[in-house]
Write a protein that binds this ligand. Sequence first.
Ligand code: FAD
Length: 460
Amino acid sequence: MAILAVIGGVAAGMSAAAKARRTNADLEIRVYTDEAHISYGACGLPYYISGEIEKETRLMARSVEQFATLGIKVFTRYRVEEIRPRDQIIQVRNLNTGEMTEVAYDQLVIATGASVLVPPVEGRDLTGVFKLRNVVDGVAIRRYIEETKPKAGVIVGGGYIGLEMAETMHRYGIKVTIVEMAPQIVPNMDKDMAQILENYLISQGIEVRTAEKVLSLRGGRESIDQAGFSGEEVFPPDRLQQVITERGIIPADLVLLSVGVVPNSQLAEKAGIELGVRRAIRINSRMETNLPRIYAAGDCANTTHLVTGEEVYIPMGTTANKQGRTAGENAAGGKAEFKGVVGTGIAKVLDLEIARTGLNERECQDRDLPYEVRIIKAWTKAGYYPGAGQIHVKVLAQKSGGRLLGAQIVGQAGSGKRIDVFAAALTLGATIEQLKDLDLAYAPPFAPVYDPILVAINQF
Ligand code: FAD
C-alpha cells in the first residue's frame, strides 16, 4: 500500500490528510506533529483567552480518534527531524521516549507552519511575557491572567493578532498599550484607514504608541527604582514589571510579543527544497515543490498574488486550508490547483471591524502602478434603521475606471465582511465600470439603498 506522510497536524496538514483520504481510499496516511494538539483553530485563541470560548477543546475540529476512524493515523508528539528525498524516507523522533525511527513515504506533504518571530530583546523570558501561536500558548496566557490578574498589558506589534488580543485584555479590565515600531498600526492598511482605528482605540482607553521600538523588558526592584516607581508593589527579578522603549518606560505585568511570524522551512531547506520570498517554501499552483513527490502547504509555503502575479508570503488560515486540500488531493493522485490569493484579511477590535484586500497605496507606489483613490463614509444600514453604524470604504483602481486594485474598510458591525465583494471582484479581474451597477442585496436592516460599496465605486 502506498504511503502518504504529512508533517504538521493543524490547518494545512489535516486538510491535506482528509482530502487525500477522500481522493484515494487505498492510501496509508500518516500524520506526524510535534504538538500534543491537532486540527485546532488558532484563529479562535483570542476568544478562548477572553473566556468567550470556555474550553480550549472547543477549538479542535477533530480528534486523533476521529481521524483514526477515517483511516488516518496521527502521531502526536513526533518531530520529523530530517527528510531524505533520494531514499523517500523521513526521520522521526518520538518526543516522549526520544526514540528515532525511519519512515518510508511514497508522497510527502510538508505542512510545518510558522513560528512567532520573537524580537531579540532582553527580558523576553521573564514571567509575564508571552507569544501566541498554539493551544499551549493560549492556555498559558489565560491561566496567567486568571491567576495573577494583571493590571497593565503591553502588546508589542499592532497587527491583527495584537489587535485581537488588545480586545481580550481590555475585556479583562487590563490597561492596554499597543507599541508598534512602524509609523502606524495595521501596517498592511493605509495610514488614513489605520488612523480611524487608532482614534477609536484611544477613545476606548487603549493607548497606541506608533513609531516606537521596544528595547528591553525588565523585572524586579532595580528597574522600579530606576523608573521612580518605588512606591508600587515590587515583583521578583524574574517577573516582568516594565517595558523599556526608545521613548520611555511603560509599567506592565503582561506582555504579548506579536510582531509577526517566520515560516518553518529549515527542514525543507536542509532536504534541498527551494525557498522563495521571505524564506518560505516555493510551490506551484499544484503545491509541488522543486522535488518530486514532495508537496508543501500552509504557513510554511508561499503563494501567488493574483493582482500582481508575484510570489508572496501571506500566511493565513484560509489559505492554509485551501493549500492543504490541494496538496492532499494531488498527493493522492488527483489533479487540483490553487491559483493564489488577493491578500484579503479581516479583524474585529471591540466594536470596530477592519478589512482589506488587494493592494494598498504603498504597494501600488512600490510597483510604480498608477492608481486613483476614493474614500467614502456611509451607514451600514438604512440611516433610519436602529443600530445603523458608520462605515468607511476606500477603493483603489487604475485610472479612468480601469481595473480594481484594492479596497479597505473600517467601520461598525456589518462593515468588515463587505470586503468579500471586492475580493471576488479582484479575483475575477473586474474593472470599476463593471462594478458600478452590481445588484447588491438591500433591505433596511442590512444596508442603505445604495450599499456603501456601490457609493464608493461610483465615486470614480
Ligand atoms: P501551523 O498552524 O503553524 O501548524 C503547523 C504544525 O506543524 C504545528 O503544530 C507545528 O508544531 C508542526 N510542526 C512544525 N515542524 C514540525 C516537524 N518538524 N515535525 C512535526 N511537526 C512539526 N488566519 C486567518 O485566516 N484568520 C484569522 O482570523 C486568524 N487568526 C489567527 C489568530 C491567532 C492568534 C493565530 C496564532 C493565528 C491566526 N491565523 C488566522 C493564522 C492561522 O492560524 C494560520 O494561518 C494557520 O494555523 C496555519 O496553519 P498551518 O497548518 O499551515 O500551520
